[in-house]
Design a protein around this ligand. Structure first.
Ligand code: NAP
Length: 310
Protein backbone atom coordinates (compact mmCIF):
# COMPACT_ATOMS: atom_id res chain seq x y z
CA UNK A 1 0.00 0.00 0.00
CA UNK A 2 1.20 3.49 -0.83
CA UNK A 3 2.61 5.26 2.18
CA UNK A 4 0.77 8.29 3.52
CA UNK A 5 2.96 10.44 5.74
CA UNK A 6 1.52 12.50 8.55
CA UNK A 7 3.51 15.52 7.45
CA UNK A 8 5.37 16.43 4.30
CA UNK A 9 7.72 19.34 4.92
CA UNK A 10 8.69 21.10 1.72
CA UNK A 11 12.06 22.77 2.09
CA UNK A 12 14.86 21.97 4.53
CA UNK A 13 15.65 25.48 5.69
CA UNK A 14 15.81 26.35 9.40
CA UNK A 15 11.99 26.49 9.57
CA UNK A 16 11.52 23.13 7.85
CA UNK A 17 14.16 21.42 9.98
CA UNK A 18 12.65 22.85 13.17
CA UNK A 19 9.21 21.63 12.05
CA UNK A 20 10.76 18.19 11.51
CA UNK A 21 12.18 18.15 15.04
CA UNK A 22 8.82 19.07 16.59
CA UNK A 23 6.86 16.67 14.39
CA UNK A 24 9.20 13.74 15.03
CA UNK A 25 9.20 14.40 18.77
CA UNK A 26 5.38 14.30 18.59
CA UNK A 27 5.68 10.85 17.01
CA UNK A 28 4.57 11.86 13.50
CA UNK A 29 5.69 10.18 10.27
CA UNK A 30 7.61 12.90 8.47
CA UNK A 31 9.15 13.35 5.06
CA UNK A 32 11.29 16.40 4.37
CA UNK A 33 11.62 17.17 0.67
CA UNK A 34 14.57 19.30 -0.37
CA UNK A 35 15.57 20.32 -3.89
CA UNK A 36 19.24 21.01 -3.28
CA UNK A 37 21.17 21.10 -0.02
CA UNK A 38 19.74 21.27 3.48
CA UNK A 39 20.06 24.69 5.06
CA UNK A 40 18.17 26.84 2.54
CA UNK A 41 19.11 30.52 2.73
CA UNK A 42 21.47 29.70 5.63
CA UNK A 43 23.96 28.45 3.08
CA UNK A 44 24.09 31.86 1.43
CA UNK A 45 25.05 33.54 4.70
CA UNK A 46 28.66 33.40 5.69
CA UNK A 47 28.43 34.48 9.28
CA UNK A 48 25.38 34.63 11.54
CA UNK A 49 25.57 36.81 14.63
CA UNK A 50 21.91 37.15 15.64
CA UNK A 51 20.72 33.60 16.27
CA UNK A 52 20.18 33.21 19.98
CA UNK A 53 22.86 31.22 21.75
CA UNK A 54 25.45 31.63 19.01
CA UNK A 55 27.49 34.83 19.11
CA UNK A 56 29.00 33.85 15.77
CA UNK A 57 28.42 30.80 13.62
CA UNK A 58 28.72 30.22 9.89
CA UNK A 59 25.54 29.49 7.95
CA UNK A 60 26.97 26.13 6.89
CA UNK A 61 27.77 25.08 10.45
CA UNK A 62 24.33 26.06 11.74
CA UNK A 63 22.71 24.19 8.83
CA UNK A 64 24.80 21.09 9.64
CA UNK A 65 23.88 21.28 13.32
CA UNK A 66 20.17 21.58 12.53
CA UNK A 67 20.36 18.71 10.06
CA UNK A 68 22.22 16.47 12.55
CA UNK A 69 19.60 17.30 15.16
CA UNK A 70 16.81 16.13 12.82
CA UNK A 71 18.77 12.96 12.02
CA UNK A 72 19.01 12.02 15.71
CA UNK A 73 15.20 11.76 15.47
CA UNK A 74 15.41 9.53 12.37
CA UNK A 75 13.86 12.12 10.09
CA UNK A 76 13.41 10.90 6.54
CA UNK A 77 14.67 13.15 3.72
CA UNK A 78 13.99 13.02 -0.01
CA UNK A 79 16.24 15.00 -2.33
CA UNK A 80 13.94 15.83 -5.18
CA UNK A 81 12.54 18.90 -6.90
CA UNK A 82 8.86 19.62 -6.39
CA UNK A 83 6.87 19.90 -9.62
CA UNK A 84 3.33 20.27 -8.29
CA UNK A 85 1.66 20.42 -4.89
CA UNK A 86 -2.02 19.53 -4.55
CA UNK A 87 -3.26 21.27 -1.42
CA UNK A 88 -6.92 20.25 -1.57
CA UNK A 89 -8.42 17.15 0.06
CA UNK A 90 -7.66 15.06 3.15
CA UNK A 91 -4.59 13.56 1.51
CA UNK A 92 -2.25 16.09 -0.06
CA UNK A 93 -0.06 15.15 -3.02
CA UNK A 94 3.47 16.35 -3.70
CA UNK A 95 4.60 15.49 -7.21
CA UNK A 96 8.36 15.65 -7.59
CA UNK A 97 10.55 14.89 -10.59
CA UNK A 98 11.68 11.49 -9.24
CA UNK A 99 8.85 10.47 -6.91
CA UNK A 100 5.37 11.39 -5.67
CA UNK A 101 4.60 11.74 -1.96
CA UNK A 102 1.30 11.74 -0.09
CA UNK A 103 0.67 13.29 3.30
CA UNK A 104 -2.16 14.27 5.63
CA UNK A 105 -0.63 17.67 6.21
CA UNK A 106 1.81 19.91 4.40
CA UNK A 107 4.25 22.41 5.80
CA UNK A 108 5.36 24.74 2.99
CA UNK A 109 8.81 26.12 3.66
CA UNK A 110 10.24 26.64 0.19
CA UNK A 111 11.58 30.05 1.07
CA UNK A 112 12.08 32.58 -1.64
CA UNK A 113 14.41 32.80 -4.60
CA UNK A 114 16.74 35.63 -5.54
CA UNK A 115 15.42 38.67 -7.36
CA UNK A 116 17.08 39.62 -10.65
CA UNK A 117 17.95 43.08 -11.95
CA UNK A 118 16.16 42.28 -15.21
CA UNK A 119 18.79 44.05 -17.30
CA UNK A 120 19.86 43.08 -20.82
CA UNK A 121 22.64 40.45 -20.76
CA UNK A 122 22.06 39.63 -17.09
CA UNK A 123 21.37 35.97 -17.83
CA UNK A 124 24.36 35.74 -20.17
CA UNK A 125 26.77 36.99 -17.48
CA UNK A 126 25.60 34.66 -14.70
CA UNK A 127 28.70 32.68 -13.76
CA UNK A 128 30.70 35.02 -16.04
CA UNK A 129 30.97 37.87 -13.59
CA UNK A 130 27.47 37.97 -12.11
CA UNK A 131 26.64 36.10 -8.93
CA UNK A 132 23.67 36.12 -6.55
CA UNK A 133 25.58 34.59 -3.63
CA UNK A 134 28.68 36.18 -2.13
CA UNK A 135 29.22 33.32 0.31
CA UNK A 136 29.26 30.82 -2.55
CA UNK A 137 31.32 32.75 -5.11
CA UNK A 138 33.19 35.45 -3.16
CA UNK A 139 36.42 33.45 -3.04
CA UNK A 140 36.68 33.64 -6.85
CA UNK A 141 37.23 37.38 -6.59
CA UNK A 142 40.11 37.42 -4.12
CA UNK A 143 42.28 40.51 -4.76
CA UNK A 144 39.91 41.77 -7.49
CA UNK A 145 37.42 44.62 -7.87
CA UNK A 146 33.76 43.85 -7.37
CA UNK A 147 30.46 45.68 -7.10
CA UNK A 148 27.48 44.72 -5.04
CA UNK A 149 23.98 46.02 -5.55
CA UNK A 150 21.33 46.30 -2.82
CA UNK A 151 20.77 48.03 0.49
CA UNK A 152 19.29 45.36 2.76
CA UNK A 153 20.99 43.18 5.36
CA UNK A 154 22.14 40.68 2.74
CA UNK A 155 23.89 43.35 0.67
CA UNK A 156 25.49 44.95 3.73
CA UNK A 157 26.70 41.65 5.19
CA UNK A 158 27.93 40.40 1.83
CA UNK A 159 29.65 43.71 1.12
CA UNK A 160 31.61 43.47 4.35
CA UNK A 161 32.41 39.81 3.70
CA UNK A 162 33.66 40.64 0.19
CA UNK A 163 35.71 43.61 1.43
CA UNK A 164 37.87 41.11 3.32
CA UNK A 165 38.60 39.22 0.10
CA UNK A 166 38.50 41.72 -2.74
CA UNK A 167 40.83 44.65 -3.35
CA UNK A 168 37.94 47.07 -3.78
CA UNK A 169 34.17 46.86 -3.37
CA UNK A 170 31.60 49.31 -4.79
CA UNK A 171 28.28 49.20 -2.96
CA UNK A 172 25.52 50.45 -5.22
CA UNK A 173 22.18 51.32 -3.67
CA UNK A 174 19.20 53.06 -5.19
CA UNK A 175 18.56 55.30 -2.18
CA UNK A 176 20.54 57.43 0.30
CA UNK A 177 19.57 55.33 3.34
CA UNK A 178 20.14 51.61 3.71
CA UNK A 179 17.27 49.30 4.51
CA UNK A 180 19.56 47.00 6.49
CA UNK A 181 20.45 47.25 10.18
CA UNK A 182 22.32 50.32 11.48
CA UNK A 183 25.12 48.17 12.93
CA UNK A 184 25.83 46.68 9.50
CA UNK A 185 25.67 49.98 7.62
CA UNK A 186 28.13 51.53 10.12
CA UNK A 187 30.51 48.61 9.54
CA UNK A 188 30.32 49.10 5.76
CA UNK A 189 30.73 52.90 5.91
CA UNK A 190 33.88 52.57 8.01
CA UNK A 191 35.70 50.06 5.78
CA UNK A 192 38.44 51.75 3.73
CA UNK A 193 38.13 49.59 0.59
CA UNK A 194 34.34 49.98 0.28
CA UNK A 195 33.07 52.84 -1.88
CA UNK A 196 29.42 53.76 -1.56
CA UNK A 197 27.57 54.63 -4.76
CA UNK A 198 24.23 55.88 -3.46
CA UNK A 199 21.01 57.08 -5.14
CA UNK A 200 22.19 55.05 -8.10
CA UNK A 201 21.02 52.22 -10.29
CA UNK A 202 22.92 49.97 -12.66
CA UNK A 203 21.75 50.87 -16.14
CA UNK A 204 23.99 48.65 -18.32
CA UNK A 205 26.05 45.49 -18.09
CA UNK A 206 29.01 45.60 -20.44
CA UNK A 207 31.39 42.87 -21.61
CA UNK A 208 31.88 40.24 -24.29
CA UNK A 209 32.16 36.76 -22.83
CA UNK A 210 32.78 38.10 -19.32
CA UNK A 211 31.26 41.07 -17.48
CA UNK A 212 33.89 43.83 -17.48
CA UNK A 213 32.09 47.05 -16.74
CA UNK A 214 28.83 48.41 -15.37
CA UNK A 215 27.20 51.68 -16.19
CA UNK A 216 25.69 53.37 -13.15
CA UNK A 217 23.15 56.20 -13.32
CA UNK A 218 22.76 58.63 -10.44
CA UNK A 219 19.03 59.01 -9.94
CA UNK A 220 19.32 62.51 -8.49
CA UNK A 221 21.82 64.17 -10.83
CA UNK A 222 21.30 61.98 -13.89
CA UNK A 223 25.09 61.50 -14.15
CA UNK A 224 26.17 58.28 -15.86
CA UNK A 225 29.37 56.68 -14.60
CA UNK A 226 31.17 53.59 -15.97
CA UNK A 227 32.82 51.37 -13.35
CA UNK A 228 35.31 48.65 -14.32
CA UNK A 229 34.75 45.51 -12.30
CA UNK A 230 35.65 41.82 -12.26
CA UNK A 231 32.43 40.74 -10.60
CA UNK A 232 28.94 41.91 -9.68
CA UNK A 233 26.96 40.54 -6.76
CA UNK A 234 23.22 41.11 -6.97
CA UNK A 235 21.67 41.18 -3.49
CA UNK A 236 18.33 42.88 -3.98
CA UNK A 237 16.12 40.53 -2.02
CA UNK A 238 14.06 37.49 -2.71
CA UNK A 239 10.58 36.63 -3.95
CA UNK A 240 8.35 33.76 -2.77
CA UNK A 241 8.42 30.40 -4.58
CA UNK A 242 4.74 29.52 -4.88
CA UNK A 243 4.32 28.76 -8.57
CA UNK A 244 4.26 24.97 -8.09
CA UNK A 245 1.23 25.11 -5.79
CA UNK A 246 -1.92 23.87 -7.47
CA UNK A 247 -4.82 25.47 -5.64
CA UNK A 248 -6.13 28.87 -4.77
CA UNK A 249 -3.82 29.66 -1.86
CA UNK A 250 -4.45 33.08 -0.38
CA UNK A 251 -1.47 35.32 -1.18
CA UNK A 252 -0.51 38.85 -0.20
CA UNK A 253 -0.32 41.46 -2.96
CA UNK A 254 3.42 40.76 -3.34
CA UNK A 255 2.86 37.03 -3.57
CA UNK A 256 3.62 35.74 -0.05
CA UNK A 257 1.36 33.08 1.50
CA UNK A 258 -1.07 34.48 4.04
CA UNK A 259 -1.36 32.47 7.25
CA UNK A 260 -2.95 32.98 10.64
CA UNK A 261 -0.95 33.01 13.90
CA UNK A 262 -0.89 29.21 13.82
CA UNK A 263 0.76 29.16 10.35
CA UNK A 264 -2.49 27.82 8.84
CA UNK A 265 -3.17 28.76 5.21
CA UNK A 266 -6.68 28.90 3.77
CA UNK A 267 -6.47 25.13 3.04
CA UNK A 268 -7.14 22.70 5.90
CA UNK A 269 -3.99 20.85 6.88
CA UNK A 270 -1.71 23.14 4.89
CA UNK A 271 0.72 25.36 6.79
CA UNK A 272 3.32 27.85 5.57
CA UNK A 273 6.50 28.91 7.38
CA UNK A 274 9.52 31.15 7.02
CA UNK A 275 10.33 33.43 4.11
CA UNK A 276 7.48 32.20 1.90
CA UNK A 277 4.93 33.48 4.42
CA UNK A 278 3.57 36.99 4.70
CA UNK A 279 5.57 37.67 7.86
CA UNK A 280 6.77 40.93 9.44
CA UNK A 281 10.31 39.57 9.96
CA UNK A 282 12.37 37.16 7.87
CA UNK A 283 15.07 35.81 10.15
CA UNK A 284 16.37 32.38 11.11
CA UNK A 285 14.84 32.67 14.54
CA UNK A 286 11.40 33.57 13.16
CA UNK A 287 11.55 30.77 10.58
CA UNK A 288 12.36 28.31 13.38
CA UNK A 289 9.51 29.65 15.46
CA UNK A 290 7.12 29.29 12.50
CA UNK A 291 8.28 25.70 12.03
CA UNK A 292 7.68 24.81 15.67
CA UNK A 293 4.17 26.30 15.61
CA UNK A 294 3.26 24.66 12.29
CA UNK A 295 4.38 21.20 13.41
CA UNK A 296 2.49 21.52 16.69
CA UNK A 297 -0.67 22.61 14.87
CA UNK A 298 -0.23 19.86 12.27
CA UNK A 299 -0.12 17.34 15.12
CA UNK A 300 -3.37 18.73 16.57
CA UNK A 301 -5.00 18.72 13.13
CA UNK A 302 -4.08 15.07 12.53
CA UNK A 303 -5.38 14.09 15.96
CA UNK A 304 -8.76 15.73 15.27
CA UNK A 305 -8.96 14.16 11.80
CA UNK A 306 -8.32 10.71 13.27
CA UNK A 307 -11.08 11.17 15.89
CA UNK A 308 -13.49 12.30 13.13
CA UNK A 309 -12.68 9.22 11.04
CA UNK A 310 -13.48 6.78 13.86
P1 NAP B 1 15.60 43.16 1.45
O1 NAP B 1 15.65 43.45 2.91
O2 NAP B 1 14.28 43.03 0.78
O3 NAP B 1 16.43 44.31 0.73
C1 NAP B 1 16.53 44.36 -0.65
C2 NAP B 1 17.35 45.58 -1.02
O4 NAP B 1 17.52 45.59 -2.42
C3 NAP B 1 16.68 46.89 -0.62
O5 NAP B 1 17.63 47.79 -0.13
C4 NAP B 1 16.07 47.37 -1.92
O6 NAP B 1 16.06 48.77 -2.03
C5 NAP B 1 17.01 46.82 -2.97
N1 NAP B 1 16.33 46.50 -4.20
C6 NAP B 1 15.19 45.77 -4.38
N2 NAP B 1 14.90 45.65 -5.69
C7 NAP B 1 15.86 46.34 -6.35
C8 NAP B 1 16.11 46.57 -7.72
N3 NAP B 1 15.33 46.09 -8.70
N4 NAP B 1 17.22 47.31 -8.05
C9 NAP B 1 18.04 47.79 -7.07
N5 NAP B 1 17.86 47.59 -5.77
C10 NAP B 1 16.77 46.87 -5.40
O7 NAP B 1 16.39 41.81 1.07
P2 NAP B 1 17.63 41.08 1.79
O8 NAP B 1 18.68 42.05 2.11
O9 NAP B 1 17.96 39.91 0.93
O10 NAP B 1 17.00 40.54 3.12
C11 NAP B 1 15.85 39.68 3.10
C12 NAP B 1 15.39 39.44 4.54
O11 NAP B 1 16.38 38.63 5.21
C13 NAP B 1 15.26 40.74 5.33
O12 NAP B 1 14.17 40.61 6.19
C14 NAP B 1 16.55 40.81 6.09
O13 NAP B 1 16.47 41.55 7.30
C15 NAP B 1 16.83 39.34 6.37
N6 NAP B 1 18.28 39.13 6.55
C16 NAP B 1 18.76 39.29 7.81
C17 NAP B 1 20.10 39.14 8.06
C18 NAP B 1 20.60 39.35 9.44
O14 NAP B 1 19.84 39.81 10.29
N7 NAP B 1 21.84 39.04 9.75
C19 NAP B 1 20.98 38.83 7.01
C20 NAP B 1 20.47 38.70 5.73
C21 NAP B 1 19.11 38.86 5.51
P3 NAP B 1 15.06 49.67 -1.13
O15 NAP B 1 15.66 49.66 0.24
O16 NAP B 1 15.11 50.98 -1.81
O17 NAP B 1 13.73 49.00 -1.22
Amino acid sequence: MEKIYDVAILGAGPGGMTAAIYARRAGLEVIVIEKEKVGGALLATYEIANYTGFEKITGKELADRMFNHTKTLNTEYAYDEVKKVIVEGDVKVVECYKQTFKARTLILGFGASVRKLNLDNERKFVGRGISYCATCDGKLFEGKTVAIVGGGNTALEDCFFLSNLAKKVYLIHRREEFRGDAILSKQVKEKANIELVLNSAISKLIGDEQLKQIEVTNKVTGEIKPIDIDGLFVCIGRGPDTEMIDGDLKLSENGYIITDDCMRTNFDGVFAIGDIRNTPLRQIVTACSDGAIAATKAFEYIKIQKVKQK
